[in-house]
Design a protein around this ligand. Structure first.
Ligand SMILES: Cc1ncc(COP(=O)(O)O)c(C=O)c1O
Length: 406
């Protein structure tokens, strides 16, 4: 007998967290040093310990308890919302009306974006390598999640497939939400080029010219780890867009502030129309109120504090060292893959790299027997560079190449 309604929980447990439980068991049995853990999306030092930034956590430790305990405004502190917009866009702020509303991480931003901009049964389109919760959210809210081919044979964004999926979806619907996770895509490490963004906008504009409503929901969870500023250039393209082309950006404090468990982020709306943005703010605040009420106050206050001129230096330095650590691991991964003739999806940034193969489950089962843990999927193997050290990356690539050639 089931007491829950049919669709509730039907997607089963999260694979990454299930494999992480196996990592813990192996570590307890064989010792941490004898286990390669390339599973979860949290930055770890070379000994495998989660990194928690000093600049961030010192503030939390010394923060007035009354402030930590207090409710934040439903839409988030005004200073937080302004700071998020400045930090996110830097020199590439679009010429448009822009508002930010706080959410519990990027997850909350994506949830509210899907809920408010696609109705029950409406299509939500996404590339076919994607972060699983997108699909699970669509199931939960009865939105129609559809995928298109992410890559052409030479690993460029498959624009023809994108357009086909959009046009197909709009045959029987007047609106859609398109989720794009770039730069530093999870699970592949891919980033759309500026030219590819131009084309995405061109394709969207064709549909909106026919009266359709399109919302681009851009998940930038890994943006701070996908370049040195130039990766934000594409934001500039969202200036002066038509009224029925809305852009939402899901901002997360989890990765760039190592604040995964503190659940903070924001959904940012971009539109050339004031009324559209006022409506956005109202819809996001209402969804917040009925789902989680207000966001966690402390991380909002810390973000504002860290962005102040007198504090910025220390945080920026810490972030730069995290980026350098990740880049070194990624360089080793790309170099070793080339050495072993192992095909990978071009890595541009983010926490993960990806080996495409139809034999992922068989290969990762063999890897697990050697205490090497990664995440398999129908399309290949995801490797969490954020969690592994360089020596482990070398070994891991060698073992994947071994089983691939078997
Ligand atoms: C692609 C992607 N989007 C969004 C998130 C959301 O993260 P959070 O809700 O912790 O901000 C994650 C976290 O793993 C992610 O990988």
């Amino acid at each position: 007998m089931t007491m829950t309604i049919q669709k509730s929980g039907k997607t089963g447990p999260d694979l990454a967290f299930a494999i992480n439980a196996k990592v813990k068991q192996a570590q307890a049995k064989f010792g941490k040093a004898n286990v390669i853990n390339a599973v979860l999306g949290t930055l770890a030092d070379d000994e495998g310990n989660i990194i928690a930034l000093d600049s961030f956590y010192k503030r939390l430790e010394t923060m007035d308890r009354g402030l930590i305990a207090s409710y934040a405004p439903i839409e988030g502190e005004k200073t937080f919302r302004d700071t998020v917009i400045n930090l996110l866009f830097e020199d590439y702020r679009p010429d448009a009306y822009i508002e930010a509303v706080s959410t519990p991480g990027g997850t909350g931003a994506i949830r509210n974006g899907i809920f408010a901009y696609a109705d029950i049964g409406d299509p939500v389109i996404c590339h076919d390598y994607f972060w699983q919760p997108y699909q699970k959210m669509c199931r939960e809210f009865d939105r129609d999640f559809r995928t298109y081919n992410f890559f052409t044979k030479d690993f460029k964004f498959d624009l023809a497939s994108y357009k086909k999926c959009q046009d197909e979806a709009l045959k029987e619907h007047d609106r859609l939400v398109s989720i794009i996770n770039s730069p530093g895509n999870n699970p592949t490490g891919y980033s759309l080029s500026d030219e590819e963004w131009d084309k995405v906008l061109e394709i969207s504009k064709e549909a909106v010219a026919r009266g359709k409503k399109i919302t681009l929901l851009i998940d930038v969870a890994y943006i701070e780890f996908a370049g040195d500023g130039e990766q934000k250039k594409f934001f500039n393209k969202f200036s002066k867009l038509p009224e029925n082309l809305m852009v939402l950006v899901a901002f997360s404090m989890s990765k760039a502030y190592t604040a995964y468990g503190l659940r903070s982020g924001a959904v940012i709306g971009i539109s050339s129309y004031k009324q559209v943005i006022e409506e956005f703010k109202d819809a996001m605040a209402t969804s917040a109120r009925v789902n989680w009420s207000n966001g966690v106050h402390a991380p909002q206050l810390i973000l504002v504090d860290l962005a102040k001129e007198e504090n910025k230096g220390k945080y920026d330095k810490e972030l730069a060292s995290l980026k350098a650590m990740l880049k070194e691991r990624a360089d080793v991964f790309v170099g070793e893959a080339a050495k072993h003739n192992l095909e990978i999806i071009p890595y541009f940034g983010g926490f993960f790299a990806f080996v495409p193969t139809a034999r992922a489950f068989e290969i990762t089962e063999n890897l697990e027997k050697e205490n090497i843990f990664t995440i398999p999927s129908a399309k290949g193997i995801r490797i969490a560079l954020c969690a592994t050290n360089k020596a482990d990356v070398v070994k891991l690539v060698e073992r994947i190449a071994f089983y691939m050639n078997k």
